[in-house]
Design a protein. Structure first.
Length: 361
């Protein structure tokens, strides 16, 4: 029942522009026909490489290709125990830990990285996960453990344009806050950096039949807007069922996001945090398109009895305003107190989050 073309269709129609596939998670099972292990999809009753048709399907939709790859591997015989290892409390594994050859495992990690970068065409993103901190009786892993500096050089030698995340413990192209929304644009040493929020539809990364904390379409759209309003990207996880299908709840969420994106995508694509001179009205988020010189006001709570945006900058620069959902003009006036008053309808537009597009002088 596994049909990656259906996955790619659902993702593309939701508005996604790239995907990041889990090539191997912490348990060590590989979705491609790796020459370095027998623990892989081709040795299951399915008998086929799962990753290659997925890459082809998403590329056919014009989407960029990313690979998630776990630094952790609980299946490999030379991966040493740590605070998260599935066998950390097993007496036999604890006794055998001193006999493991760590360098042999790192060579395996490097070898699989080379396979992923050379067997599937151009890879746009390499998303490693994750470096384990020291805790109690267990030593941690760090950048020296993975030989991160040399590993990065090897990766960029194969593909100089690739985007690498921050989980080799050496900051590269993108920071990756997980399962939370930053309060502001992420900074390193006081300077804004490229960042991507990685979030789930529910409380689980993998498919979980009984998990009930699913986010609504409203919440997901607001999460996307909030991310862009702070200069970030959103990576939204889908965990397929054991049949190789997307859960109906996930499909409903993707469909709902796609309906909103159909008429509102230009407040997202190519947009970023608005210039600081503009202050968001209550219960709103602002995004800004530098190319179009347009400001987008996303209304998380639809106001009653008038809608105002304060500030000299908006008063001086506003030229025209319209709703994005139907391109209908919004009349406005400049108030003497230094605010723009938008004459919006009493009834909320038929949109998950209504957006006012402001053309600036």
């Amino acid at each position: 029942m596994y049909d990656p073309k259906l996955w790619a269709k659902a993702a593309s129609e939701a508005g996604m522009k790239y995907f990041v596939a889990t090539t191997k998670h912490h348990e060590g099972f590989c979705l491609w026909d790796s020459a370095l292990t027998d623990y892989k999809a081709t040795n299951t009753p399915h008998g086929k490489d799962v990753l290659a048709p997925m890459v082809d399907a998403f590329r056919e939709r014009g989407m960029k290709v990313g690979f998630y790859h776990s630094l952790i591997d609980w299946h490999h015989p030379d991966y040493t125990l740590d605070r998260f290892h599935s066998a950390r409390n097993d007496a036999a594994h604890l006794a055998n830990d001193k006999n493991k050859n760590w360098n042999r495992y790192v060579d395996y990690l490097w070898g699989q990285t080379k396979e992923l970068l050379t067997r599937f065409g151009k890879t746009d993103i390499l998303w490693y996960d994750f470096t384990v901190a020291k805790c109690g009786r267990f030593e941690g892993k760090n950048k020296d453990s993975w030989r991160s500096e040399e590993l990065i050089k090897m990766i960029r030698g194969i593909n100089p344009e690739i985007i690498i995340n921050d989980r080799l413990m050496i900051d590269q192209d993108v920071k990756t806050p997980e399962q939370y929304q930053p309060r502001e644009w992420l900074k390193v040493d006081g300077k804004p950096v490229v960042w991507e929020a990685c979030q789930t539809f529910s409380g689980s990364w993998g498919y979980h039949r009984d998990e009930q904390t699913w986010k609504s379409v409203d919440m997901l759209v607001q999460m996307l807007i909030d991310t862009v309003s702070k200069g970030g990207n959103l990576l939204l996880n889908v965990g397929p069922t054991g049949r190789g299908e997307f859960d109906e709840r996930a499909l409903n969420c993707l469909s709902g996001m796609g309906r909103w994106m159909k008429n509102h995508s230009r407040s997202i694509y190519g947009c970023t945090q608005a210039p600081k001179e503009f202050s968001a009205p209550n219960d709103c988020r602002l995004t800004y398109s530098p190319e179009k010189n347009r400001l987008y006001i996303h209304m998380f709570a639809y106001p009653f009895g008038g809608f105002f945006m304060d500030g000299k900058e908006i008063c001086d620069r506003i030229e025209y305003a319209q709703f994005l959902n139907d391109a209908s003009e919004i009349k406005y006036s400049i108030e003497s107190g230094g605010a723009v008053s938008f004459n919006i309808p009493v009834v909320k537009p038929n949109a998950t989050v209504p957006v006012i597009e402001v053309f600036l002088k």
